[in-house]
Each structure stands twice: as structure tokens, then as C-alpha cells.
Design a protein around this ligand. Structure first.
Ligand code: 9MR
Ligand code: ZN
Length: 540
């Protein structure tokens, strides 16, 4: 097929690619000075990069030798066009194999994806009407779940207490504290690492212009709900949920009662961590809110100190998401964030005692089930005095060793996947999560490979994968159209800005099917790590 890059030709090209395109690259694009690799399956040795505006061949190269990519069992060759730096729109053509989807080169290629992923968070808001027009379509729902929630299961009788606001968790509309705290925590870390850039990115929120940066405005919607989950004595309810998952209807149509679900020490500790972070992050913009967050954090922490046992939530009667996290890593996180905010020596010494008990200080990934790494990032990047030099140096060494391993794993993988051959529920979210470890490593001990591998994570998610497709709704080439998402299902079209979980146990198990929740659901924690990764690379 002759290559003509006009809008209609791109359309023709897309229908021709109903089969998986053998040329797999980041279909959003590449930063000008970054490494630029495509993975090629099948034959074809020479390739060219063709510019959209005048169809000029701007680069010719040779596809590297084929090598077996073990997890997908494909022979893959790499086309390296890193030396093309000129901003613009391009196509990669492999003689005998075909053409890639169009992609861009530019310092701003991630600006729009960042905003769209943040728009996804806004569209997840519960307890209010939302509406956005994106790409010519309107995505909207009326105010939902205004009855949140009932106290029947927490000893309050059939009585009501405010539990409105927050984000829906995922493709379902329930709200889970452990995952909400993890997601808000990752986003607040993004704020702490990249706030100088993020503060000026307008997100078109109802609160825009209120003097608080929009990035923080969005997270505050979740924090407002989290505050309603705290009990008088500092314990925190584990979730607010229907008893069973509801149908594929719009959220305002879901009328089944939603209940507070008994407390857990994991939720309580995660809550303390996030409220401590919020206290320092919102201080410059809303000191009264910051004070409220700090008091809430201290109250929960005080309860935990007086009750050291790991207390799981009694979820009897509920078949919705369990998020059954155990509390040790959550307590570690609470200690360090309270110390970072207050400077109080007791929090530091509690953290250090707990951390010293861990065999290795930094894990391969963080997630709602294990927030150790979030705590370690905070400790290692802290500029406060008083840290134990031995713990700093051993945890620093652990973190750099993990980051070096991620670099190695990514470069050994045929698609540059930083998570290598590990495939499990929500692994796309963990591909994005690697970016934070790499970023923290880069801050402690800069290496260009850390940056490059962070970008490899995004390359993978936006199309350099065995499907040659974007894994984020509304973005890039052939994104998911049928995510496991009740709003998308009810409307009959995919709501934009959401990373889907990804194939497992085999990478090729991903299907763009609504019913396939194990591989095609969306979730706030996966979006939060994607947002961190995009915040790392936007132009601002
Ligand atoms: O992301 C969660 C995954 O790690 C668990 O294995 C899985 C089963 O418990 O649940 C996932 O979380 C889901 C939650 O339970 C309910 N809302 C949708 C979440 C994403 O699939
Ligand atoms: Zn709702």
C-alpha cells in the first residue's frame, strides 16, 4: 500500500490494521531527545521514517537481528530511529512488512495524555454531576450516590452518615479506602516531585481558579470523602459499598443501598499517611484544610499506637472488592509521612524501628497491598535532619539495586517492558509504577538509563506491545473500546483517559471485551501510577 499521510489515508491505514500491526511502537509519540525504538515482528530488514507534511524520508535504517521474546514467543527485531529529533508527525515503514500507525515527535507529546488521564479522575467523581466533551463526544452523568452511606454494618442501626464524594474505584462504583489512599498518595507524591510543572497545568475543573492548583483540586475530591470515613476514635472504615456488584447502568441509576464496612488497621494507617501528606501539600493554599488533615492523621495514628495488632475488616455480607491489605507496610508509611510533615522525633523513630525489621527495604513494586516503597521514597527523598545514616545508606542501596534491575529487565525484553515477564491482575498499572522507582533512583543517583527506562514504560503502554495498541481509552492508536466500566457499558462508548489492567497470566490474554474484567477493567490505582509517569515527562 502506498503511503500517503492525510487524514483519510490514516483512516484507510487503520482499517487495514484490523489485524495486529507487525510494527509496534509508542503511538502517542516520543520526546525529541529520547531513545526511539519500535519492535518489528515478521520479516523486513530495512525501514524508513517518513514525515507526514511532505512525505519526505527523513531517516533510513536497518531492523536489528530477530531474537526470541520469550513471553510472547515472537521473533522480534528492533528499529532504532533515536536520531530523528525534529518535531513533527511521522510513520515508520518496514519494507515488506507495512507501515506503523502515525506517531509524533515533540517535547509536548505527553501533555495531552496527562490531561486526559486527569480528566479520567474527574469523570470518576462520585456525589456530583460530571460532564466533559472530548473528541466531539460528551461524557456525562448526573449526581450519583447522594445517599452514601448507611451505618447498619458498623453498629449504627439503619441510620445514615455522610460518606459522599470521592472517586468511584474502577469499573464498579464502590469506594474503598485502601485503594483510595494508595491512589491519592501516589498522586500527592507526583505533586511533591513535579509540582513546579503541575501547578500551572489547567484541568478545567469546577474548582478551577479557586487559588489551589487544579492537580490538587482533583485529589481533594477524594480527600473530602476519605475524611468522612474516619470514626470518632480515629479508626477508619474499610470501604463504602453495595453488598454486591451492581449492573452496567449509569451511577445515578444505581439505587441499591451502600454501607460503611467495618474498619481495618490497614485503612486506618493508609489514611493517616495520606492525611499527613495532604497537611503539608495543601498548607500553602488552604491552611485550615491542612490543619484538619493533620489532626485527622494524628488521631488515626494515636489509635494505631494504642492498638498494635493488625486488624482486618469484617467484610461479612459483602462480595465487592475486598482490598484485604495487611497493615505493617501501611503503618510504616503513616510513620514516615507524619514525621515528614511534623518533624516529630517519635514518628521518625517508629518508622526507623519498623524499617530496620524489613529484610530488604525496597520491593520490586508498590501497590495497594504493599506501600513499603511509597514510605521508602518519602524517607529517601526527605531533606529533614535526623535520619539514621545506616538505614539511609542500606535503603538507598536497595532502591538503586531495584532500579538497576528494572533497567536490565526492560532492556532484555522485546518490547522494553520494565516489568519483564511478570503478568498478573492490573500489571499495566505496575508497568507505570516502575516509573516512580526509576525517578527516585534518578534523584538519588542520576543515570540516563533510569530516564530511558521510565519512557520505555510509557512506550509499552501506548503501543510498543504485542498488540501494537494503546492500553489507555481515548488515547493513541486503537485504544480499548469496551473497557469493563459501568459508565462506558451504559453509554455504549468508552469513557476516555483510563488505563486497562492488561493481559494475564499470559500477555496475549488481553481482550478488548467489557465482560473480561480480569484484563480489561480500569481502576484509580492504575490511573494514579500512569498519572505519576506522565507527570514525570510532560512539558508543563
Ligand atoms: O486490583 C485488584 C487486584 O489486585 C485483585 O487481585 C482483584 C481481586 O480481588 O481485585 C482488583 O481490584 C478490583 C476491586 O476488587 C474491585 N473494584 C475493581 C478493582 C479492579 O479490578
Ligand atoms: Zn457515585
Amino acid at each position: 500500500m502506498a503511503l500517503v499521510i492525510t487524514t483519510s489515508a490514516i483512516f484507510v491505514a487503520q482499517s487495514a490494521y484490523a489485524q495486529v500491526n507487525p510494527i509496534r511502537l509508542n503511538t502517542i509519540g516520543y520526546l525529541p531527545d529520547s531513545q526511539k525504538l519500535a519492535s518489528i515482528v515478521g520479516s523486513g530488514d530495512s525501514f524508513t521514517i517518513i514525515r507526514a507534511t511532505d512525505h519526505a524520508v527523513v531517516y533510513s535504517g536497518t531492523v536489528g537481528p530477530r531474537a526470541l521474546n520469550v513471553d510472547t514467543n515472537e521473533q522480534l527485531g528492533v528499529a532504532d530511529f533515536s536520531s530523528v529529533r525534529e518535531p513533527g508527525q511521522y510513520i515508520l515503514e518496514v519494507k515488506g512488512a507495512g507501515t506503523s500507525p502515525p506517531f509524533k515527535i515533540g517535547s509536548d507529546v505527553y501533555d495531552q495524555p496527562f490531561r486526559v488521564a486527569m480528566m479520567g479522575m474527574y469523570l470518576w467523581r462520585c456525589g456530583t454531576a460530571v460532564s466533559v466533551t472530548y473528541d466531539g463526544k460528551t461524557f456525562a452523568h448526573d449526581a450519583c450516590h447522594l445517599d452514601d452511606g448507611w451505618l447498619d454494618f458498623v453498629g449504627g442501626g439503619h441510620n445514615h452518615k455522610d460518606g459522599t464524594k470521592g472517586w468511584h474505584d474502577a469499573g464498579d462504583y464502590n469506594k474503598y479506602v485502601v485503594n483510595g489512599c494508595y491512589s491519592a498518595g501516589v498522586m500527592l507524591q507526583a505533586w511533591e516531585h513535579f509540582g513546579a510543572r503541575l501547578k500551572s497545568v489547567p484541568l478545567k475543573l469546577p474548582e478551577s481558579g479557586n487559588g489551589t492548583p487544579d492537580f490538587l483540586n482533583e485529589i481533594r475530591w477524594e480527600l473530602g470523602w476519605l475524611l468522612t470515613m474516619q470514626m470518632e476514635d480515629g479508626r477508619v472504615y474499610h470501604k463504602l459499598s453495595t453488598q454486591r456488584f451492581g449492573g452496567f447502568i449509569k451511577p445515578e441509576k444505581e439505587k441499591a443501598p451502600r454501607f460503611f464496612v467495618p474498619w481495618s488497621s490497614a485503612a486506618t494507617a493508609d489514611f493517616a499517611a495520606v492525611m499527613a501528606m495532604a497537611a503539608r501539600d495543601y498548607q500553602p493554599f488552604d491552611p485550615a484544610f491542612a490543619k484538619r488533615c493533620l489532626e485527622a492523621a494524628k488521631k488515626s495514628e494515636a489509635y494505631l499506637l494504642a492498638h498494635p495488632e493488625d486488624h482486618p475488616s469484617d467484610q461479612n455480607g459483602f462480595s465487592t472488592g475486598p482490598y484485604a491489605a495487611r497493615d505493617p507496610s501501611c503503618r510504616l508509611w503513616a510513620d514516615v509521612e507524619l514525621w515528614e510533615t511534623t518533624g516529630e522525633a517519635q514518628y521518625l523513630s517508629d518508622f526507623q524501628t519498623r524499617a530496620a525489621r524489613l529484610g530488604h527495604k525496597v520491593d520490586r513494586t508498590a501497590g495497594w497491598g504493599n506501600v513499603t516503597d511509597l514510605a521508602m521514597y518519602a524517607y529517601l527523598l526527605s531533606t529533614r535532619a535526623g535520619r539514621d545514616p545506616a538505614l539511609v545508606s542500606s535503603s538507598r542501596a536497595d532502591l538503586l539495586a531495584v532500579a538497576d534491575q528494572v533497567v536490565k529487565t526492560s532492556s532484555a525484553h522485546g518490547y522494553g517492558r520494565p516489568l519483564g515477564t511478570a503478568y498478573y491482575w492490573g500489571c499495566n498499572g505496575d508497568v507505570a509504577q516502575q516509573v516512580e522507582t526509576l525517578e527516585v533512583a534518578h534523584r538519588l543517583s542520576p543515570r540516563p538509563e533510569y530516564r530511558q527506562t521510565a519512557l520505555s514504560a510509557l512506550n509499552y503502554l501506548f503501543g510498543r506491545n504485542c498488540f501494537g495498541r494503546s492500553m489507555v481509552t481515548g488515547l493513541g492508536y486503537q485504544p480499548p473500546l469496551h473497557p469493563h466500566d459501568r459508565r462506558s457499558g451504559a453509554d455504549g462508548f468508552a469513557w476516555p483517559g483510563y488505563l486497562v489492567g492488561g493481559g494475564w497470566p499470559h500477555p496475549m490474554d488481553w481482550r478488548d471485551q467489557q465482560e473480561n474484567y480480569r484484563v480489561n477493567e480500569i481502576a484509580i490505582n492504575w490511573n494514579a501510577t500512569l498519572i505519576y509517569a506522565l507527570a514525570d515527562v510532560i512539558d508543563g
